[in-house]
Design a protein around this ligand. Sequence first.
Ligand SMILES: [Zn+2]
Length: 409
Amino acid sequence: MLDYVIRNARLPGASGTTDIGFSKGKIAAVEPKLVADAPSYDAQGCLCCGGLCETHIHLDKSRIADRAPPEPSREKPDQMRRVQAVKPTFTVEDIYTRAKASLEDCLKNGTTRIRTHAEIDMPVGTKCIEALTMLQKEYAWAVDLEICAFAQEGLSDAPEADKALVKALETGAKAIGGAPNYDTDHAAQIRRVFELARHYDIDIDMHVDSGHDPASLDLHLVAELTQKHNYGGRVAMGHVTKVGGLPVDKQKEIAKKLAGAGVAVTALPATDLFVLGRHVDYNVPRCVADLNMFAEQGCNCSISSNNILNPFTPLGDGSLIRMANLHANTLQVARPERMADLFAMISERSARLMNLKDYGIKVGSQAEVTVIDAQTPAQAVAACAPILAVFKRGRQTVRRHRAELLRPQ
Ligand SMILES: [Zn+2]
């Protein structure tokens, strides 16, 4: 017995349209012209996917651009210190209020699944976890919000951060992250993250190899530990921009190695473009991981927002389609099949990265659909197509009207 039907939905890669029937919060039927006496939504042949998936965002430190000290100079933008300057003012209420505004932006832009990275460094400790756990419950009607706890400012030489990280994992974080770049001992942090992940049996999603110089790469140790501990399919790395400094055949070798180990790569184009390339003042390199190249070597990939309105990225609106468009523009992607794969990197590939078993438009999945004003995934990416409607747990959660031209009479 269907309780809701989405009619005339166009699924990625399918010819023609289909109906999607919901029953008790799950997808119960996917076939053309479903016969059902249930309320319905007419997608009018627009593209429908199982919700957009944000694998890497920092809701907790979003919206602090206006409080942080200004950039000292273009060459030394000092983002970390400028965020640190603001962190003593973080209270649970303040984190909650800012994160909520950014979360609502994501929802309005069609996102239904989010992995939010949460900092546990002193003096904030587990305040971010507390605020995000409140939002997780309050917005369960619209989003599955997963918390990924990590030390942003160093772990191997910060026993207090290690203690807070363990507490976060005990109290609600379902994934563990890391930022070895900012640790005095990169390898020690990576090893500790794997140790904790295995102890709590959770997935890993770390910031790895952000920068322009490929002279030393932490990704090799991540791949090695992933294989050693049989963690393939449960490890993701954000940024990985240093690889772009290598000749293409070497990049492909690395991508193959990561694919073999089961390590996924996430590009964060808004942050990477904003933060990197400051070492030169002209002929600035683009410093964004080439995800089509990684994917073509067998690596799973996702595209995400990372930071919104803070010193690391003073821009942003929570739109994943815009991120995919930015990625395509930056990496000079023109072929429709590659653009379609970028769309998968904000939807089904991202869901796979997060190991979401109940995702996608198929019988048995969660009753969750995002309707986009486009005909194909490639067109959605190319045109930054707007969202028209979102459904989550069987009910409509977002409605947006198409803009209209008001011609003179
Ligand atoms: Zn990040």
